[in-house]
Design a protein around this ligand. Structure first.
Ligand code: 5GP
Length: 177
């Protein structure tokens, strides 16, 4: 059974405001760069689509797809479903993630992107759950730090549901873990 959404953690207007702030900062930092944004499917799609439209610099973009071994709220490993095809040699790569939890997904991705020998690799994530970190990874552009709770909406799912919500919500029965 799919749990219902209990409360709104981050509203649509809070997301919109923060995405614009991030876009302004990224535009400033990447002025005069060969910027390639890498969107991590499926979760980052909403954030990515909103973020790229706030950028004032020319940018290319690519998609990768990764999946954690889970179908509810627990993760136990990461698998690359679709890697990058475009040559990123000497590019300035900005990875766009939905959420950094244990850090395992980001670690795999940083190694994959690094194998193309880009000039730089930075990370932009909408959400961060620092209390859950198992692998030391750093985030260069962060939307919001959140507590240790399972969230859905704005691209994030519970067993593939709730990705279409325009806000970030907490599921029923999902208090702090
Ligand atoms: P990590 O590899 O850092 O543990 O987890 C990254 C992935 O796990 C995210 O890209 C996301 O797909 C999933 N994930 C981690 N925390 C949450 C959460 O609170 N809600 C949802 N829907 N997915 C999460």
């Amino acid at each position: 059974m799919i749990p219902t959404v209990q409360s709104v953690l981050i509203s649509e207007s809070q997301i919109e405001k923060r995405v614009h702030e991030l876009g302004q900062q990224i535009s400033k930092d990447y002025d005069d760069s060969d910027l390639v944004l890498v969107c991590v499917l499926k979760g980052a799609i909403m954030f990515f689509a909103d973020l790229i439209r706030t950028l004032a610099v020319p940018a290319r973009y690519e998609f990768v797809q990764l999946a954690s071994y889970h179908n509810d709220t627990k993760s136990s490993g990461v698998q690359m479903i679709q890697g990058l095809y475009q040559d990123l040699f000497r590019a300035d790569v900005l990875i766009v993630e939905d959420i950094v939890d244990t850090g395992m997904t980001l670690e795999l991705l940083l190694n994959h992107v690094g194998s193309f020998e880009p000039t730089s690799i930075k990370v932009c994530s909408l959400l961060d759950k620092p209390d859950r970190r198992e692998v030391p990874v750093s985030i260069d552009y962060l939307g919001f730090e959140i507590p240790n709770t399972f969230v859905v909406g704005y691209g994030l799912d519970y067993a593939q549901h709730y990705r279409n919500l325009p806000y970030i919500g907490v599921l029923d029965g999902e208090g702090l873990r």
